[in-house]
Design a binder for this molecule. Structure first.
Ligand code: ADP
Ligand code: ZN
Length: 761
């Protein structure tokens, strides 16, 4: 069935059809149709920011450039309209994607929810190619994924021109621009698509923010008056921290421990560091695997598969790892050294929390990293070098700075955040030690800049402030200034850092070739005492660190029965094995949490859970319902719970809407535990399930480094539990539970494990 090339552009066709069917929404029924496919295939009940607009472009035939942060839900922006068009008229959307592994995952994920999709690339066997062609001719596919080099061959283009193509979607569109951080020559040829598919709109999607890149994407792709849809780059579900590296392994371990049994990525600068770190973590009983370019291809993909199948929790990797990893439930990303640019940092750290659930990113940095990257830039020609240097400096400033990390990141990409307290970074959470009187200190520094007639750089200014007797200071008579030696109690390095922090917060600006310091309007306000800076206390050598779990992470667990969640993860693992797909193709963490929160008893109830559409309901529903039923009966849990603010907690979409409700529940429970209250009493007091209370207690124990479980657990049981953990490892509760034939409860095990972990730290 070959489609005639239509004379009518898709816009009219789409609008016409809907108007005729009497639909009433402002977009001729398109919005309704999109909502319907979201519900019926994906099991989602709302759009994330800008998704609707992007999808409507897809249906209206308007070219577009869509910029959304990682995890913002870009894929859905083309998949949903593709599904709508396929339902309406059997048209197929062509999706260009640079990564073969990713293509396969996306096709698997679509197939799992009942949206017909296929891919073509160089790995496809001839027989499979023939089958894909047949499906295309028979209008059986909603999405066709293609590698750029496969797509632009004459044969392929001629074949596609015979079909009804709904639109062309170009994923990772920044790859077309030389200004982007990941330019791919094969993307350049995509510019011809606009011309070849006259009747279909072309859309570019990227997470790379800069305006220059954005416009270059439109230019290189020859887009026709595109709609630019640029989302907020903030990722409110990520908690950002930056620390000087002091005891790297210990610092990494802190994070890994907080996420026992959860997925995470640790980036290292060198292969050697990767191997050492992975080995050390294995020694601590963490299921970690290495990944770097020095390993064979087979070793690398085996480790990657383990990670995707949840058989390994942590990947320790060089930057070689990550492209092509779409694992949505990565709960932490640690950089054990500084990457080479702020773009790289944003991308790599951004691999955490794609599913919108709370996750953390820690950047450990040392001056040596900066020097290392700087030295690698020497070979570059002047202009790229200046760009690379600027971006490296920006990351350095980010790491050293005292500005809210969320603010600092979005600012770099030209956006602003309204809030003064993001609640999800080390600065706003008050974890970073600051000086006692930042106003006075800031005023001293800015006054000195003023006395120096705003004609000197940071180094000289610091010398004057610390009373240096250097030639440069004395020869200019700057030892006569009233601000000379004003900060002589402080090391020059500290003063230098404060100057940078004042620049970072906009009180001073660096101008010209010599980076001369100038006082900004905010700097004037600082002098008048109208505005106060945040200035960090100079780093102590090895600071004990124990940051709090982020508030948004605590929210995700609101009402979730952790044991049931663990059980459902196991079922998911079994199902994934059976169908030989990554675990998240079955259900992602957000779905499992919602199941463990609502504890449905029938299909209707299950379909209320986020991410449970009809296809998955049919394929996996019975299995999960059975498990939930058995578990709830055994543990006496209430079922069919309607969570308070259910949709807020369940649809991760709301996390992107900017509201950041702070759940203080765990913290509220701390005084009870301090008074020696047990789990059951605390549960009653707080009106939560025992298992939730046990979760709070675990946090309390880790927080306070309490190491004696007999405060809460019967001494004999505690002893048995300890022996079991010594035999089976501390990593998971289940082996110990089974080792003891269930004679010690999960809650007791959890408490003993937390105390043992505290003792280790
Ligand atoms: P990106 O490509 O922008 O990094 P993805 O398309 O991979 O993001 O989406 C990230 C996660 O968010 C996926 O697990 C996806 O299923 C989920 N998601 C996307 N849109 C929605 C929505 N409207 N409601 C709920 N979940 C969504
Ligand atoms: Zn902040």
């Amino acid at each position: 069935m070959t489609a005639e090339p239509t004379d009518t552009p898709p816009t009219d066709a789409a609008l016409g059809e809907e108007t005729a069917s009497g639909s009433s929404d402002a977009h001729g029924g398109n919005e309704e149709a999109l909502r319907a496919v979201l519900r019926d295939f994906w099991g989602y009940d709302s759009f994330r920011p800008l998704q609707k607009e992007a999808m409507l472009c897809g249906l209206a035939g308007r070219d577009s450039v869509v910029v959304l942060p990682t995890g913002g839900g870009k894929s859905l922006c083309y998949q949903a309209p593709a599904a709508v068009r396929h339902q309406r008229d059997g048209a197929v959307a062509v999706v260009v994607s640079p990564l073969i592994a990713l293509m396969k995952d996306q096709v698997d994920a679509l197939t799992a929810i009942g949206v017909p999709a296929a891919f073509v690339n160089s790995t496809l066997a001839p027989a499979d190619k023939i089958e894909v062609s047949r499906k295309l001719r028979d209008r059986e596919l909603a999405c066709l994924y293609a590698a750029p080099e496969t797509l632009v061959t004459d044969r392929m283009l001629d074949f596609l021109s015979e079909l009804d193509v709904s639109f062309v979607a170009i994923d990772e569109a920044h790859c077309v621009s030389q200004w982007g951080h990941d330019f791919r020559p094969e993307y350049r040829q995509l510019g011809m698509l606009r011309e070849r598919f006259q009747d279909a709109a072309v859309h570019g999607y990227t997470a790379t923010a800069g305006q220059k890149v954005r416009e270059d994407v439109a230019y290189q792709l020859n887009l026709n008056d595109p709609e630019y849809l640029v989302g907020s780059f903030d990722r409110p579900n990520l908690t950002f921290r930056a620390r000087p590296a002091s005891n790297t392994l210990g610092q990494i371990r802190e994070v890994v421990k907080r996420h026992d049994g959860e997925s995470g990525i640790i980036y290292c600068i060198s292969r050697k560091k990767v191997d050492e770190t992975a080995g050390a973590l294995n020694g601590l009983g963490v299921r970690a695997v290495p990944y770097h370019a020095g390993m064979t291809k087979e070793e690398r993909s085996a480790n990657q598969d383990k990670f995707l199948a949840d058989e390994a929790d942590v990947v320790v990797a060089t930057v070689a790892f990550g492209m092509g990893i779409d694992k949505p439930d990565v709960r932490f990303v640690v950089h054990s050294g500084m990457p080479k640019s702020i773009e790289h940092y944003q991308q790599e750290a951004g691999r955490a929390g794609r599913d919108g659930l709370g996750s953390e990113c820690l950047l450990l940095h040392a001056a040596g990293d900066y020097r290392f990257w700087k030295s690698t830039l020497n070979e570059l020609p002047p202009e790229p070098r200046a760009n690379a240097e600027q971006s490296l400096n920006a990351l350095y400033d980010y790491a050293q700075g005292a500005l809210c990390r969320h603010k600092a990141l979005v600012r770099y990409f030209g956006q602003d955040l309204e809030t003064d307290d993001c609640g999800a970074c080390d600065i706003c959470l008050g974890e970073v030690e600051t000086v006692d009187d930042p106003l006075l200190l800031g005023q001293k520094i800015v006054s000195c800049v003023y006395r120096l007639n705003q004609r000197f750089g940071g180094n000289h200014t610091a010398e004057v402030l610390t009373g240096s007797k250097s030639e440069a200071v004395l020869s200019k008579g700057h030892d006569d200034l009233s601000t000379y030696g004003l900060l002589s109690d402080h090391p020059k390095k500290a003063v230098r850092d404060w100057i940078e922090q004042l620049v970072g917060q906009g009180f001073l600006a660096k101008v010209g070739e010599y980076a001369t310091l100038q006082i900004t309007e905010a700097g004037q306000q600082l002098l008048k005492g109208e505005k106060k800076p945040v200035l960090l206390a100079p780093a102590k050598k090895v600071a004990a660190e124990r940051p709090k779990r982020s508030s948004s992470a605590a929210d995700d667990w609101e009402g979730v029965d952790e044991h049931l969640f663990e059980r459902l993860r196991e079922v998911r693992g079994e199902v994934a094995k059976e169908i030989a797909k990554p675990a998240y193709i079955v259900f992602n963490d957000a779905s499992l949490k919602d199941m463990a929160r609502r504890r449905p008893t029938d299909e209707d109830g299950l379909s209320m859970c986020v991410g449970v559409g009809p296809k998955k309901l049919e394929d996996f529903g019975e299995r999960f319902l059975k498990e939930i039923g058995t578990f709830c009966t055994e543990h006496g849990l209430t079922t069919d719970v309607t969570p308070e603010g259910a949709s807020a907690a369940a649809t991760t979409g709301s996390m992107f809407g900017g509201t950041r409700a702070v759940s203080r529940n765990a913290i509220a429970a701390f005084p009870l535990f301090r008074d020696g209250m047990g789990v059951e009493d605390a549960a009653r007091e707080l009106r939560v399930t025992d298992s939730t209370a046990a979760g709070y207690l675990k946090q309390y124990i880790l927080e306070t480094k309490h190491d004696d479980p007999t405060t809460w657990v019967d001494p004999a049981a505690a002893r048995k539990a300890r022996e079991a953990f010594e035999a089976c490892g501390l990593q998971r509760l289940k082996p110990a539970f089974e080792h003891l034939d269930g004679t010690v409860s999960y809650d007791d095990l959890k408490i003993v494990a937390a105390c043992m972990a505290s003792n280790l730290s």
